[in-house]
Design a protein around this ligand. Structure first.
Ligand SMILES: Cc1cc2nc3c(=O)[nH]c(=O)nc-3n(C[C@H](O)[C@H](O)[C@H](O)COP(=O)(O)OP(=O)(O)OC[C@H]3O[C@@H](n4cnc5c(N)ncnc54)[C@H](O)[C@@H]3O)c2cc1C
Length: 448
């Protein structure tokens, strides 16, 4: 009899694994339980749907449920929530509507993702107060904006989702107030990037309230204000984007161990403390390529890649899920900001390094070629070894150049090796010395 691979969670990690297993071993039974109705969707596209840059929410779906069932032969069950895992019996308990069933597995992947954090705010249940994590929420927000025509928005949290939603709501002519309790937005990107982004947000008409904690919302059924420490400010729509927490309850209750970050602990193949159970995506840890420590970076590529690797491992070709450098990029109106690895000296010291860093600004194109933009690049290295630790870039174009830095980190390159990389040049694309090479050159000089 063929073996059964069961997946809990039908998005990036889960469907990547399911598809890979079916491709490598078409005989194997692959069953995916997804509690919602959406599968294989790009949550990353939701702010652009709300903005109006994407016409139809269905456009965010990569592979439809019908394609999974009919073309990939995956037994996909939507509206089916797994409520228990029995590690000894190797079964999961599944609730579908009023029915409860036990499903045996040979291998199990827990790919339950993460959930938006809901702070203990007063008035969180008022109409017009939203988090944005699930696809249905994007639809509800879009409808609310279109039907109610709000004048003023309160965005709570200056992370990448808050900034993307600031842009999305501004596009509808809403006055956006963004509240961040820390001194700067985009905490993982560091101060140097944040200051450039903040200036740009203000230029775009966003009212930034830094070091300002929100304590709740007020209104009579529908939100009409946001409560701060000593005042209430008008708001007729509010988006709470204060981060996500990994969905680990199901795994933890079954006896699957969590790691130091609070996400599910896994080895380099995504295996948990139970040899038949794997975890991948926003609910699981990955190893940081610079520190070698477990980290929790809930981003899409990590989830897709880990799911695919686990699919290969299960079908007989052990494949590491790959490390994370925490590489991330965000669009803030006309700016791009990106980060990878350890992005400033303070964080490098905390991680036990003796850092040297440099920040340079250079044009993204040859100085004589039209429409170049200034790109600010920060690189951080370990003084003794010259090993590259990470960096950031921010500018009106070229933020994807962070990928060069991420590649160098993955390859354990020194700053000198990065400086000697043979990067492409032609005037419309870069100066002869690409901004990343210029930063590496200056940093190498500081290391001598
Ligand atoms: C607004 C927004 C913007 C984003 N933008 C970016 C971006 O620009 N770049 C980037 O890299 N990442 C971005 N992300 C993050 C990215 O979407 C996630 O990293 C990715 O979706 C993680 O995939 P996953 O499969 O681990 O989890 P999820 O996508 O969360 O999927 C988990 C699935 O499991 C299901 N599930 C949970 N529990 C159960 C259960 N008990 N039984 C059955 N089903 C269950 C859930 O319903 C869900 O469908 C964004 C996320 C959001 C919300």
């Amino acid at each position: 009899m063929s073996e059964t691979f069961v997946v809990i969670g039908g998005d990036a990690a889960g469907m990547s694994a399911a598809s890979k297993v079916k491709r490598e071993d078409p005989e194997r039974e692959v069953i995916v339980f997804e509690k919602g109705e959406w599968v294989s969707y790009a949550a990353c596209g939701m702010p652009y749907y709300v903005k109006g840059a994407v016409d139809d929410l269905n456009d965010l779906v990569t592979v439809t449920p019908e394609e999974f069932q009919e073309e990939r032969d995956v037994d996909l069950r939507t509206g089916a929530e797994v409520v228990g895992i029995d590690l000894d019996a190797q079964t999961v308990t599944v609730e579908t509507g009023d029915e409860t069933d036990e499903q045996p597995y040979d291998d199990l992947l827990v790919a339950t993702g993460a959930s938006a954090i809901e702070p203990p705010f007063e008035g969180l249940g008022l109409e017009g107060v939203f988090t944005i994590h699930d696809m249905d929420e994007a639809d509800v927000i879009e409808n609310y904006v279109t039907d109610r025509d709000p004048e003023t928005a309160a965005i709570v949290g200056g992370g990448y989702v808050g900034i993307e939603m600031a842009e999305a709501l501004s596009a509808h002519g809403v006055d956006v107030h963004l509240y961040e309790m820390l001194p700067h937005v985009l905490q993982p990107f560091g101060e140097a990037v944040a200051e450039v982004v903040e200036e740009h947000l203000r230029e775009q008409g966003v009212e930034l309230h830094l070091e300002t904690a929100v304590s709740g919302f007020v209104g009579d059924e529908r939100v009409d204000g946001v409560e701060l420490e000593d005042e209430t400010v008008a708001a007729d729509i509010a988006i709470v984007g204060v981060g996500v927490a990994p969905n680990t309850d199901l795994a933890e209750e079954a006896g699957i161990e969590l790691g130091p970050t609070g996400a599910i602990a896994t080895d380099e193949y995504g295996q948990t403390n139970d040899e038949n159970v794997y975890a991948a995506g926003d609910n699981a840890e990955a190893t940081h390529v610079v520190t070698g420590e477990p980290d929790h970076v809930p981003l899409a590529l990590t989830a897709n890649r880990a799911g695919r690797a686990i699919g290969q491992t299960i079908t007989g070709a052990p494949t590491p899920t790959g490390g994370t450098a925490g590489t991330a990029i965000v669009k803030a109106f006309d700016l791009g900001a990106a980060r990878t690895g350890i992005i400033d000296e303070d964080r490098a010291r905390e991680a036990g390094f003796d850092p040297v860093s440099v920040t340079i600004s250079a044009s993204t194109r040859a100085h004589y070629y039209p429409d170049g933009a200034e790109l600010t690049v920060t690189l951080v290295a370990n003084r003794e070894s010259g090993e590259l630790l990470g960096g950031t870039v921010v500018g009106r174009e070229g933020a994807k150049r962070i990928d060069t830095v991420a590649t160098a980190l993955t390859a354990d390159m020194t700053v000198t090796e990065l400086q000697n990389a043979d990067l492409a040049y032609a005037p419309p694309f870069s100066p002869v010395w690409d901004p990343i090479l210029t930063a590496a050159k200056v940093l190498a000089g500081k290391l001598e």
